[in-house]
Design a binder for this molecule. Sequence first.
Ligand code: FAD
Length: 432
Amino acid sequence: MTAWRSWGRLTASEPAAVSRPDSRDAALALPPERPVLPFGRGRSYGDVCLNGGGVLLHTARLDRFIAFDRCSGVLRCESGVTLREILDLVVPQGWFLPVTPGTREVTVGGAIANDVHGKNHHAAGSFAHHLRGFELLRSSGERRVCGPDSNPEWFGATIGGLGLTGLVTWAELQLAPIANPFMQVRTRRFPHLDAFWELNGAMERDWPYTVAWIDCVASGGAQGRGVFMAARHAAPQRQLPAWREKRRAMPFTPPFSLVNAASLRGFNQLYWLRAREGDALAHHVPYFYPLDGVAHWNRIYGRRGFYQYQCVVPPAVQRDAVAELLRRISRSAQGSFLAVLKTFGTLPSLGMLSFARPGATLALDFPNRGDATLRLFEELDAVVREAGGAIYPAKDARMSGAMFELGYPRAGEFSRFVDPRFGSDFWRRVRA
Ligand SMILES: Cc1cc2nc3c(=O)[nH]c(=O)nc-3n(C[C@H](O)[C@H](O)[C@H](O)COP(=O)(O)OP(=O)(O)OC[C@H]3O[C@@H](n4cnc5c(N)ncnc54)[C@H](O)[C@@H]3O)c2cc1C
């Protein structure tokens, strides 16, 4: 059996078998004695989608649309359908995903299991807030239709449930109406972190999508400088700009990371200097999914792969905690081209293990430099712990069990819903 890697390409995990169910009505093929785990498109960075020694239930063939009401925007599809496939179907008919992460290459099942969030969390919550229901298939063969009003406890456990409560076979989503495929985008530069908080407060009141790119290399008075992007779906236009998707690819994996201290400084400086302030119309694809334009971009980090560190810290301490995180990252001269800072809204998450919660979330990629990188993460963990925050399992490949317990106080309650035949590399790591 060949090794499987997730998006960070860090660890090679060897499942004993990969099963590809091709009907939502079929029973699960469960070889005795081996744990099973659903697998979407492997866009999680760490090991939540890996199952060394076990069986991966790859959902690529659960790819059918079941129903779409173009008047109400209610869509039912199988769990292996990707967000790209949904957009291809619904955008021309005036509908859009109510919440989307920064890539379209994820499945509906994966979006539920990590309860993914997007740039509109402060206005719309996370993916699960727009779920009308789904079917959960357990290893016993039992099927439960779950929704806010039916089997609500299974609904809450499966949302953000990391694929451990069973296989989601289909789901029903409420989409959001749009007038056209374009976004109205406002861009502002801010010279330091204090200016971010002011701008963010003002922008969040009027704009449903907000996010900032932070120069993680800048220090001193410029620490936390960056570019703020606010957006909304464009109003009806008399004439729309022409747009065609350009697809590029990183054709090979270099032996070492192309992201290093020098390229990092250069890129961040250039991005800051070239950012143009103002208002513009942008197609939703480059706005939401800039990285999807380069297939296999994760190869630029070389053979050792990369980590993403994404945390959330509560509102009361977010200013100090984010400043401290950035100070430590800048001092380490590690970090990524694009550090992303966003504040979550106050809508309570529906999942027992949902990551999104009120506060600020910071996300950065780090080339894997072995111990030096892991030592930096220990430092960052200490700041997050002190702040009472949490790390995002979808992006994680190394947090300790203690860190997980602190960030996810309902983990004990959640354990009761874990299917006895299901398991993952992540779950074995944090529950060891
Ligand atoms: C470039 C990029 C940008 C990203 N941006 C964001 C972002 O802005 N916000 C955000 O929240 N996340 C973001 N992510 C993370 C990504 O959205 C999540 O990791 C997502 O869960 C990946 O979906 P997938 O289909 O690839 O699932 P996988 O990564 O294959 O699996 C993820 C989890 O879902 C479970 N699962 C998959 N299918 C099913 C099913 N049918 N039934 C039950 N469980 C299932 C798996 O067991 C696993 O635990 C980003 C990832 C990338 C690569």
